[in-house]
Design a protein around this ligand. Structure first.
Ligand SMILES: Nc1ncnc2c1ncn2[C@@H]1O[C@H](COP(=O)(O)OP(=O)(O)OP(=O)(O)O)[C@@H](O)[C@H]1O
Length: 153
């Protein structure tokens, strides 16, 4: 696990105090979240809170699935939270990197297209994807909000 901090090829995300890396669990790719060795205690506590929430939330198709956590070194303030890997990373970066190839199906509040011609071999993001993603996000949020009512944070 200490190689987490040296192996740059597997880094999915890194902040001033947190690190998310690609890993494997039972042969499947996963994301492993931890705090950096220099992290302030408040960041470690935030990760523990996140772990507590994730363990409580349970499973929903539109919420990143919690797999488990490595807590045997918790007294040294080292914890690894293991979650499902989102192969395309975070939505904001994905949208930004696809901005130039986006195909708009709506002009002046009217649907002008509903699909792309078959010749488009490269997958392009369209308005239909946006509608789909909005529905998925809303569905995940609805599940979380129902859970929140039941959880005392
Ligand atoms: N399950 C995952 N699969 C793939 N990449 C991930 C996963 N979780 C996090 N990442 C990557 O690591 C970055 C940091 O993740 P982290 O969970 O610390 O922050 P966040 O909650 O996604 O966003 P914020 O930085 O706004 O808190 C994400 O922006 C994403 O690029």
């Amino acid at each position: 696990m200490d190689s987490l901090f040296t192996d740059k090829t597997s880094i999915l995300g890194k902040g001033a105090f947190g690190l998310v890396v690609r890993g494997k669990y039972l042969g499947d790719p996963v994301a492993v979240k931890t705090t950096l060795p220099n992290a302030e205690v408040s960041y470690f506590k935030a990760l523990l809170s996140e772990l507590k929430v994730m363990a409580y939330i349970g499973s929903h198709p539109n919420v990143v699935h919690f797999i488990g956590a490595v807590t045997n070194r918790i007294k040294e303030r080292i914890v690894y939270v293991i979650v499902e890997l989102s192969p395309l990373g975070n939505l904001e970066s994905f949208l930004k990197s696809h901005r130039t190839t986006y195909v708009n199906f709506v002009v002046n509040n009217k649907i002008v297209k509903t699909e792309l011609p078959y010749v488009n071999v490269i997958k392009r993001v369209t308005t239909l994807d946006f509608v789909n993603w909005c529905h998925q996000i809303a569905s995940g949020m609805e599940y979380l909000s129902k859970k929140k009512v039941l959880m005392k944070l």
